[in-house]
Design a protein around this ligand. Structure first.
Ligand code: NAD
Length: 258
């Protein structure tokens, strides 16, 4: 069997959080194109349903939409139970849902800080441990978390201390779980994208005006596309990455190299 065939995900089942649009939609599409059945998990059920239909029609795979607030333990447990019941198991997941709050630290309320931490970091603990417990008891699996280049550098000029801290936390959580579960068949890795053209950046009234400045700083002079994150996630979800755990993959067009 050639390497392309070995990388396929035929017969595997997984879910992606924050998959109604953006990066999550893209990786969910790639997982289905590679042969997996996938759940599109999001707060926004109407868009998640459209996305699920679109991917199912394009790939012929079973693709379901599940409404879930990833900050709710009850919702995440119910979501994992639904994935297992509807898809027939759980082999991989991509904990990807996230938000960005751009407020100077001396103006940020504690509520804003906690909201950011809840959506970007506490949710990853919930998703990884609830999915992980199923995988540990059922033959193993692969977990992918979305961190950010903001875990490695402090982005400028926008103020985003809570975002940066939450994403750094995602990487250390990833490494910690990878070590705890290394001998028990569950791998945990993260991706750290640079600036990517999604609604989070292109439709944000605070971030969109900064894109020209970011591009001027970027070695490639442009934003990344969500599609440019797909292949690493298919690799991490599948069986050619069985010695890869506890790693963070920076996909930023060399933005963090200087
Ligand atoms: P996006 O805003 O386009 O999509 C995020 C999705 O997450 C939305 O569909 C939203 O409804 C969902 N979501 C938000 N809160 C949720 C919750 N509590 N429960 C369930 N779903 C929820 O964002 P994106 O650009 O696709 O970002 C996806 C991930 O990638 C985020 O973790 C983000 O921090 C990270 N990231 C993005 C960039 C970038 O430049 N776009 C760069 C680095 C990392």
């Amino acid at each position: 069997m050639g390497i392309v065939e070995k990388m396929r995900l035929d017969g595997k089942k997984g879910f992606v959080t924050g998959a109604a649009r953006g990066i999550g939609k893209c990786t969910a599409t790639a997982f289905a194109e590679a042969g997996a059945d996938v759940a599109i998990v999001d707060l926004d059920l109407a868009t998640a349903e459209e996305t699920a239909k679109e991917i199912a029609e394009a790939t012929g795979r079973k693709v379901i939409a599940i409404k879930c607030d990833v900050t709710s333990e009850e919702d995440v447990q119910a979501m994992v139970d639904t994935v297992v019941k509807e898809l027939g198991g759980l082999d991989f997941c991509h904990a990807n849902a996230g938000i960005c709050i751009n407020v100077p630290a001396d103006e940020m309320s504690y509520g804003q800080w906690k909201k950011n931490m809840d959506v970007n970091l506490n949710s990853v603990f919930l998703t990884d441990t609830i999915a992980g417990k199923y995988m540990l008891a059922n033959g193993g699996g692969s977990i992918i978390n979305t961190a950010s280049m903001s875990a490695h550098i402090v982005n400028v000029p926008q103020p985003q201390c809570a975002y940066n801290a939450s994403k750094a936390g995602v990487i250390q959580l990833t490494k910690s779980l990878a070590i705890e579960w290394a001998k028990r068949g569950v791998r945990v890795n993260s991706i750290s994208p640079g600036y990517i053209g999604t609604d989070l950046t292109l439709s944000s009234p605070t971030l969109q005006p900064l894109i020209a400045q970011w591009n001027a700083m970027a070695p490639m002079g442009r934003l990344g596309k969500p599609e440019e994150l797909e292949s690493i996630c298919v690799y991490l979800a599948g069986d050619t990455s069985t010695f890869t755990t506890g790693s963070d993959f920076i996909l930023d067009g060399a933005f963090t190299c200087f």
